[in-house]
Design a protein around this ligand. Structure first.
Ligand SMILES: *[C@@H]1O[C@H](CO)[C@@H](O)[C@H](O)[C@H]1NC(C)=O
Ligand SMILES: *[C@@H]1O[C@H](CO)[C@@H](O)[C@H](O)[C@H]1NC(C)=O
Length: 380
C-alpha cells in the first residue's frame, strides 16, 4: 500500500515537474518572447520561394545554402547575383533590360564564390528543383529576366528539374487561385487572383509532383497561424539589416506535435512586408492551404524599410553590404537560422501547443488586420 502511494506520488511529481519545468502551463518557455521553437522538420526537405525581390532572395538562398535547401520557386524574378550589388543594375538589367544580363558572368561569379567557400558547393544543385514563373502582362520584371534565371539554372540543374510557366496573362504579382486583384493588375498588394494556385505548383514541383491539391482556398484551416520573434534569429550586424521584429509562420495541424514535416520559407516582395500588409501576404497567397494538406510548415520572414531600402525589399541589390547574397549576408544567415531552428528537435511542449486551437485568418475579402504582438497566435 505504502509503495503504491509512493509510486503515485512519484508519478504526480514527475507530471508536475514536466508541466512546470518544461511548459509554463500551456505555453513553452521560449514563447513568452515569441521565439520559434523546434518542430523537428525534415532537414532534407527544406525549400524556399518568393515573388519579385522575394524571388531574387529565394534563388540566392537556394544557391548559397544549397546544402540545406533542395528547391526554390521564383515568381517574377531573375538569376542569382543579377544586380551584382548595384542598385542601378538591379533597376535596369534585372527588371526591364534582360538583354544586358551576363548569365555567363553570373555563373562564373557562382564558381568563384564556391571556390572561396562563401557559398555551398554548387554540385548540390545537380539534383535540386526550381520552378520559374513570369506573367505575359508583367511590365515591372520583363519575362526575359526570368528566362535568364532559367538559363542560369540550366547550367547547374538537369532540365527536367526546372519547370517554367511564361503563359499566364498575369501582371507583376504573387499569383493565386482565389485572392487578390485582377490577374493582369500591378498594384498593391501585388497579389493577383488568376485561377492559378502558384503556391501549389511551386511546392508540387519541388516535392516530387504528388502533393494533394487543396479542395478549397481561402477557408479557415485547422493548423496554427503564428507570429514569431525574428529578433532572436537575426545575427548581430552593424547597421540596418532591414528585418522586422516579427515574422509569421503556419504550422499545419499534422505538424504541431509530429516531427518530420517539410519546411518552406516564403519571401514576400517589395512593399509586401508586415509594416505594409499586416499578415495578408502570409494568409492569402495560398501556401497555407497546400501546407495543411501536405504537412509543410510555412515560414514568412518579414522585411521593413530602411535607409537605402525605401520599399522594404529583401536585399538582392547590396543595400546591407557586399555579402548580401553570400552565406554570410545578414539576411541570408537569418534565413539559415530559421531553417536550423524549425528543423531542430521537436519541442517537448508540442502536446500543450496542440491544445491551443486557433482560427487562421483566411478567406477574408478585406485584408486581415495587423495582429497584436503577444501572445503569438494571429487572430482574425
Ligand atoms: C524578441 O526577443 C528579444 C530578444 O530576446 C526581446 O528583447 C524582445 O522583447 C522580443 N520581442 C517581442 C515582441 O517579444
Ligand atoms: C567565365 O569563365 C570562363 C572560364 O574561366 C572564361 O573563359 C569566360 O571568359 C568567363 N566569362 C565571363 C563573362 O566572365
Amino acid at each position: 500500500m505504502a509503495s503504491v502511494k509512493w509510486s503515485i506520488t512519484l508519478l504526480l511529481t514527475r507530471i508536475i515537474h514536466i508541466v512546470i519545468a518544461d511548459c509554463h502551463w500551456w505555453w513553452c518557455p521560449e514563447d513568452p518572447e515569441g521565439k520559434v521553437v523546434g518542430y523537428g522538420a525534415d532537414p532534407d526537405m527544406v525549400s524556399v520561394s518568393g515573388v519579385s525581390a522575394g524571388a531574387y532572395m529565394s534563388i540566392q538562398m537556394h544557391v548559397a545554402y544549397s546544402a540545406s535547401i533542395m528547391g526554390s520557386g521564383n515568381v517574377a524574378g531573375g538569376p542569382y547575383h543579377c544586380s551584382e550589388g548595384s542598385v542601378r543594375t538591379a533597376l535596369s538589367s534585372c527588371m526591364d533590360k534582360p538583354e544586358a544580363i551576363d548569365v555567363e558572368g553570373l555563373i562564373n561569379f557562382t564558381f568563384d564564390k564556391e571556390a572561396s567557400d562563401e557559398i555551398d558547393p554548387v554540385s548540390n544543385l545537380a539534383n535540386h528543383k526550381t520552378w520559374i514563373f513570369s506573367g505575359t502582362r508583367d511590365t515591372a520584371v520583363d519575362q526575359g529576366v526570368s528566362v535568364a534565371l532559367e538559363d542560369y539554372c540550366k547550367y547547374f540543374m538537369p532540365r527536367a528539374n526546372i519547370a517554367t510557366d511564361y503563359s499566364v496573362a498575369a501582371g507583376h504579382a504573387m499569383i493565386t487561385e482565389h485572392y487578390g486583384n485582377k490577374c493582369s493588375d500591378q498594384r498593391n498588394p501585388y497579389i493577383n487572383g488568376c485561377d492559378y494556385p502558384a503556391a501549389y505548383y511551386i511546392l508540387d514541383h519541388i516535392y516530387g509532383g504528388a502533393l494533394k491539391m487543396p479542395s478549397q482556398w481561402g477557408v479557415a484551416l485547422s493548423g496554427d497561424m503564428l507570429q514569431f520573434n525574428q529578433t532572436q534569429l537575426i545575427p548581430s550586424y552593424r547597421g540596418s539589416h532591414s528585418l522586422d521584429d516579427i515574422g509569421f509562420m503556419y504550422v499545419p495541424s499534422g505538424c504541431r506535435s509530429t516531427p518530420g514535416c517539410k519546411l518552406h520559407i516564403v519571401f514576400h516582395g517589395c512593399n509586401q512586408g508586415r509594416y505594409k500588409l499586416g499578415a495578408e501576404y502570409a494568409v492569402a497567397t495560398g501556401y497555407n492551404e497546400v501546407g495543411e494538406e501536405n504537412n509543410i510548415i510555412m515560414v514568412y520572414p518579414q522585411a521593413v524599410t530602411s535607409i537605402g531600402n525605401g520599399l522594404g525589399c529583401f536585399d538582392w541589390m547590396g543595400y546591407t553590404d557586399n555579402k548580401y547574397d553570400l552565406k554570410e549576408g545578414v539576411q541570408m544567415e537569418f534565413g539559415k537560422n530559421i531553417i536550423d531552428r524549425v528543423t531542430s528537435e521537436h519541442h517537448a511542449c508540442g502536446f500543450f501547443r496542440s491544445q491551443m486551437k486557433q482560427k487562421p485568418c483566411l478567406g477574408a475579402s478585406a485584408p486581415p488586420p495587423t495582429p497584436t504582438l503577444q501572445p503569438t497566435p494571429v487572430y482574425c
